[in-house]
Design a protein around this ligand. Structure first.
Ligand SMILES: CC(C)(COP(=O)(O)OP(=O)(O)OC[C@H]1O[C@@H](n2cnc3c(N)ncnc32)[C@H](O)[C@@H]1OP(=O)(O)O)[C@@H](O)C(=O)NCCC(=O)NCCS
Length: 177
């Protein structure tokens, strides 16, 4: 999976380059990205972006358990989408995404999520899941648009930065969905 590239009608999901760090840094200043992706360091520094493109994403691919991609449309970086935990025999691989604020509302996140799920299911994953905060209506709409079905609510499954926790909507796609 080290150099895997997934293409859709409008998008290319490819491994990040060092040159992507600036666009990643800018997008990750967005309050919604910082609010909903609780694993993101806050404040999000240029060093964090360099780490994402140069260390975190290559390491995820090198482990062979998934891929962390940047999403390009018309040659511009418009977001990021990833899939990991291919080895999880119970829940199947997990998908995550963000879209840069200036590129939202064009269906990019849903197109990327659908393509990653298709790719994983074609590789033989029995199911693909994604977890969204119950208050993150945008992400839940993306999941539905990408062909996922909500299966339930995982209570107190999300750790927030302030030490409190929140509920998560569990979505999944199976082969044939
Ligand atoms: C959630 C997010 C990825 C959506 O990106 P996007 O590229 O604008 O999404 P899309 O254009 O593919 O939209 C897909 C669906 O979501 C809906 N949607 C997108 N943003 C929305 C919003 N802010 N509020 C409500 N619905 C929204 C779209 O209308 C569309 O719905 P439809 O299928 O009914 O037409 C983006 O807002 C984001 O990066 N948020 C912060 C990070 C985040 O929440 N990541 C997910 C963590 S689980």
């Amino acid at each position: 999976m080290t150099s895997e590239v997934v293409r859709t009608a409008r998008l290319v999901l490819r491994p990040p380059h060092p040159d992507d760090a600036d666009a990643v840094w800018r997008a990750c200043q967005d309050p919604d990205v910082q609010r909903w992706i609780t694993a993101l360091p806050v404040p999000y520094t240029r060093a964090d972006a360099a780490d994402f493109v140069g260390v975190i994403a290559p390491a995820a691919r090198a482990r062979g358990t998934g891929m962390l991609a940047v999403v390009e449309a018309d040659g511009e970086l418009v977001g990021s989408a990833g899939i990991d935990r291919f080895a999880d025999e119970q829940l199947g691989p997990a998908i995550g995404y963000w879209t840069a604020p200036q590129a939202r509302g064009r269906g990019y996140a849903a197109e990327a999520a659908r393509a990653l799920a298709d790719w994983a299911l074609e590789l033989g994953a029995p199911r693909v899941h994604l977890v969204a905060d119950v208050r993150n209506t945008a992400s839940q709409a993306v999941a539905r648009r990408a062909g996922f079905t909500q299966e339930g609510v995982l209570r107190s499954a999300l750790p927030y930065r302030d030490g409190t926790r929140g509920d998560a909507a569990m979505f999944a796609r199976l082969p044939g969905d």
